[in-house]
Design a protein around this ligand. Structure first.
Ligand SMILES: Nc1nc2c(c(=O)[nH]1)N[C@H]1C(S)=C(S)[C@@H](COP(=O)(O)OP(=O)(O)OC[C@H]3O[C@@H](n4cnc5c(=O)[nH]c(N)nc54)[C@H](O)[C@@H]3O)O[C@H]1N2
Ligand SMILES: Nc1nc2c(c(=O)[nH]1)N[C@H]1C(S)=C(S)[C@@H](COP(=O)(O)OP(=O)(O)OC[C@H]3O[C@@H](n4cnc5c(=O)[nH]c(N)nc54)[C@H](O)[C@@H]3O)O[C@H]1N2
Ligand SMILES: [Mo]
Length: 771
């Protein structure tokens, strides 16, 4: 392992070099160069890397290291075949790293676990579908099955999946969104009446300031850096709030700008960069509003106009007085203590906000994965509402989504708590009575499987066993099942946690050509800006035994509920037929097939962006929440005498969630190791330890269950005292199942109370007996 400070800007030659390395690693070099050229082009595929949008610069190849890695990873010539499984038992595979598992290549055949040989063995698709149908139909109630979705599934796959599951009779749709932007959905629905961002990508061209909270776009949304770069170049202010100094938010060299590449200088991104403590952002925003209120009072006492948008507030909002009273009642002392910023810093941020005509706020996991995430997001909305910064060009709210179609999946009905209106439409179009009771989210699904109440787990993509909280509990939950089914492109941890029966079903990915009876098919996706567009695979490779996601869902559906409602196979012969049904069942999708012939796709519209408020009050709502009294459970002191730190779990540069592409976290200067803890040097010294020491990490939770990982290396780092950072999914065993966000149930993976001790055991592999 090496630790070396990274002094360059984000992007630049480093990004090109890394892309080249990953190209070579795919063992498919010349083909993948062609593939990359078709990413996000009119007739190519939607980049599976993230959910950032496209602006109108047609025909321009949009280089992004993240996307290049995703494409290379999927379009590999390596295969995991029945022969591979004959040679490697599940127990053996379980001891291998996540990197090793996925690096073996694309899953090629449907396979079923044989407990006697401890190996997966080839089976036919028909047998697989029949077995799934048998298990599902043998359940006493449809609510005993969990239907997980990861956010890469296309609109077409997601729509079929939810229709099948609802015909089967349940709303048990745990999904990756439950661990991701759930809090954004909950908070925004209550506040502005729609659980999505209100801006389009064009708004970034008109913003005078962009406030970025708890997000690392240099690694996770590289195309956003180009948007920010263009904004700063025309004089807009980018103001960042991040516990860490993330290089991408500081400086960026666009690999597609020859001038920048040659001078090597790059563009400064953030005009101001603040480093609050973990969980301190609500206090930051409260402080900004307090500073602005004080300024406003001053203005008014001098007979000048209010700085707030009083017309907007009067006409469009509800609850401002309660909120302002709450701000008044919050002391600067509490704000400073909780935020970890000085009053002067907060006033500086407020000043930039006040001087900007149009403001966009963006956020991601640094905001959504806390206990008080919903309240924090509503605090951000409060700030925007005071200035009417929503529903006008260059202004609004922008939760930046992760998975490339996670937003579309929700639109299609992957939702454990669907609205009545959504279900009414389904009932009308398909003439059946969908289940009305709320289903399980991710945490509830884990608990139901643990308790033996749910007996079947089906995963449409993703890596439930590794991405979910409380790893050992989650793995026990899966191994309790009568049946686990994973529809996947690559081998991962979840496939190794077997139930009584376990199947792996290999599917086509976004980059693959998908040929059905009516010819090559395209699917559709929705980005963070509610733009829906087509995506067609371009990769020709040996995918003979793989099937598309819609075809697999159709096979399962036909074997389980039959063809009384729809003819599943007929629908998947031509995905245009699925889109015709979507057009009927989901508002905004009229003339769906026609609209996607437009190269850029079409805009679904956004009620809040048009200042229509579908809330309980028909107004945009201010929320007057108190700041959290404690950021951690109050009684932790009783659990340990040792100093308690707050741990955030985040992504390295070389990973996509649980997919580990490599062992370099370039911008943070870490190479060759993932079991590291980023700790303030003063904290290391206070512990009597040294930079580089190995420690064991234990998390504290009122349930007093021991949750521990072993052999992590201390790295002295620029991070607030008392805060620590480390990578997920290695740290997921520390996230208590009951450590979840208020109202959203999102696992709290950005504020885990931990204690450190000198390491006794350098092995943190989690082993759960399978079978
Ligand atoms: N290359 C790559 N791209 C990805 C992904 C990936 O794994 N790899 N994942 C995709 C997915 S599903 C998602 S959801 C997104 C995730 O995108 P991000 O939200 O950027 O992901 P994280 O790595 O979790 O980063 C959280 C950031 O917030 C900061 N942070 C943590 N806690 C706090 C806090 O309390 N306050 C503040 N102000 N900052 C905080 C961290 O220092 C870090 O910079 O990326 C998507 N794109
Ligand atoms: N501690 C901690 N935990 C977290 C987070 C965190 O920040 N900290 N982040 C959370 C977040 S934001 C998210 S979104 C979740 C992610 O949770 P998931 O979405 O469940 O996990 P991924 O790692 O994205 O899933 C990777 C797997 O998806 C499969 N796959 C890839 N492409 C396709 C495809 O096209 N089709 C199908 N069917 N399968 C495919 C491959 O087999 C691959 O192994 O993790 C959450 N967990
Ligand atoms: Mo995510």
């Amino acid at each position: 392992m090496t630790v070396k400070q990274y002094d360059g800007s984000a992007g630049g030659w480093g990004a090109l070099l890394s892309t080249t390395k990953h190209l070579v690693k795919s063992e498919n070099v010349s083909k993948n160069i062609r593939n990359l050229l078709k990413t996000n082009q009119d007739h190519g595929f939607d980049c599976p890397g993230c959910a950032w949008g496209e602006n109108d610069e047609k025909g321009r190849f949009k280089f992004c290291e993240n996307g290049a890695k995703a494409v290379n990873w999927e379009a590999t010539s390596r295969r995991v075949t029945p022969e591979f499984f004959r040679q490697h038992s599940v127990s053996w595979l379980m001891k291998q790293s996540d990197y090793f598992l996925e690096y073996q290549g694309r899953l090629s055949h449907p396979v079923k676990y044989n407990a006697e040989t401890d190996c997966y063995e080839e089976m036919t698709w028909d047998d697989a579908f029949a077995l799934i149908g048998q298990h599902l139909n043998a359940l006493e109630s449809p609510h005993q099955a969990e239907f997980y979705t990861s956010g890469r599934a296309s609109n077409e796959a997601a729509f079929l999946y939810q229709l099948f599951v609802r015909q089967f009779g349940t709303n048990n749709f745990p999904d990756c969104s439950n661990m991701c932007h759930e809090a954004s959905g909950v908070a925004l629905k209550q506040a502005v009446g729609i659980g999505k961002g209100t801006v389009t990508i064009d708004d970034f061209e008109y913003a005078d300031a962009i406030f970025v909270f708890g997000q690392n776009p240099g690694t996770n949304h590289p195309r956003m850096l180009d948007t920010l770069r263009q904004a700063t170049r025309r004089g807009a202010a980018v103001v960042s709030f991040n516990t860490l100094k993330e290089r991408g938010l500081e400086r960026f060299t666009n690999p597609q700008s020859p001038a920048e590449m040659l001078t090597g200088k790059g563009t400064e991104i953030s005009q101001r960069y603040f480093t609050p403590k973990l969980g301190g952002d609500m206090a930051v925003v409260r402080g900004m509003v307090k500073a602005l209120c004080e300024y406003d009072q001053q203005q008014q006492s001098e007979g000048r106009r209010s700085i707030f948008d009083q017309d907007f507030i009067a006409c469009h909002t509800q609850g401002v007085n309660d909120y302002l009273a709450r701000v008044e009642a919050t002391s600067w002392q509490d704000i400073v203590e909780q935020s970890g910023l000085t009053e002067a810093e907060i006033r500086q941020a407020a000043e930039v906000y006040r001087q900007s005509k149009n403001v966009i706020t963006t956020w991601a996991m640094g905001i959504t994965q806390h206990k008080h995430s919903v309240n924090t997001i509503q605090e951000i909305v409060n700030l925007q509402l005071l200035f009417g910064q929503i529903g006008k060009p260059g202004a609004g709210l922008c939760p930046v989504r992760g998975h490339s179609n996670v937003q579309g999946d929700r639109t299609m009905g992957i939702d454990e708590k669907p609205t009545e209106a959504f279900l009414d439409n389904l009932a009308k179009v398909f003439d059946f009575e969908p289940p009305r009771e709320a289903g399980h989210n991710t945490v509830e699904a884990i608990k139901a499987m643990l308790a033996g109440e749910s007996k079947v787990f089906i995963g449409l993509g993703g890596n439930f066993a590794a991405a979910s909280p409380d790893t050992s509990l989650t793995q026990q939950a899966l191994s309790n099942c009568n049946l686990t089914v994973n529809i996947a492109t690559k081998l991962n941890r979840s496939h190794l946690i077997t139930g009584y029966d376990s199947l792996i079903l290999p599917c086509l990915g976004r980059t693959d050509i998908d040929i059905q009876k009516a010819g090559p098919q395209s699917v559709t996706v929705e980005d963070s800006f509610s733009m829906v567009h087509a995506s067609a695979g371009v990769v020709e490779s040996d995918t003979a035994e793989m099937r598309s996601e819609p075809a697999i869902i159709a096979g399962i559906a036909a074997a389980t509920v039959g063809n009384s409602l729809v003819d599943w196979h007929y629908l998947t012969e031509d995905y245009g037929r699925i889109r015709d049904l979507i057009a009927k069942a989901i508002p905004g999708f009229g003339d769906f097939n026609e609209k996607i012939t437009n190269p850029g796709g079409f805009y679904l519209g956004n009620s809040a962006g048009e200042r229509r408020w579908n809330t309980s009050t028909n107004k945009a709502n201010f929320f007057a929440h108190e700041l959290p009294v404690h950021l951690l459970p109050a009684n932790l002191r009783e659990l340990s005498q040792d100093p308690v730190f707050v741990l955030q779990t985040m992504r390295s540069h070389d990973q996509y969630n649980t997919t580990i592409y490599g062992f370099e976290d370039r911008y943070r200067g870490i190479s060759g190791e993932r079991k590291v803890l980023f700790v303030n040097a003063a904290d290391i010294a206070a512990l009597g330890m040294n930079d580089g020491d190995l420690v064991d990490v234990e998390s504290l939770w009122p349930d007093k269950v021991e949750r521990k990982i072993y052999g992590f290396k201390l790295v002295a780092y620029d991070i607030p005292e008392g805060n620590i950072a480390a990578y997920f999914p290695e740290t997921n065993p520390l996230v208590a199942i009951d450590g979840k966000g208020d109202l959203s149930d999102t696992p709290i993976s950005k504020a885990i109370p931990i204690v450190l001790s000198s390491s006794v055991q350098a092995d943190n592999l989690i082993r759960v007996k399978s079978g």
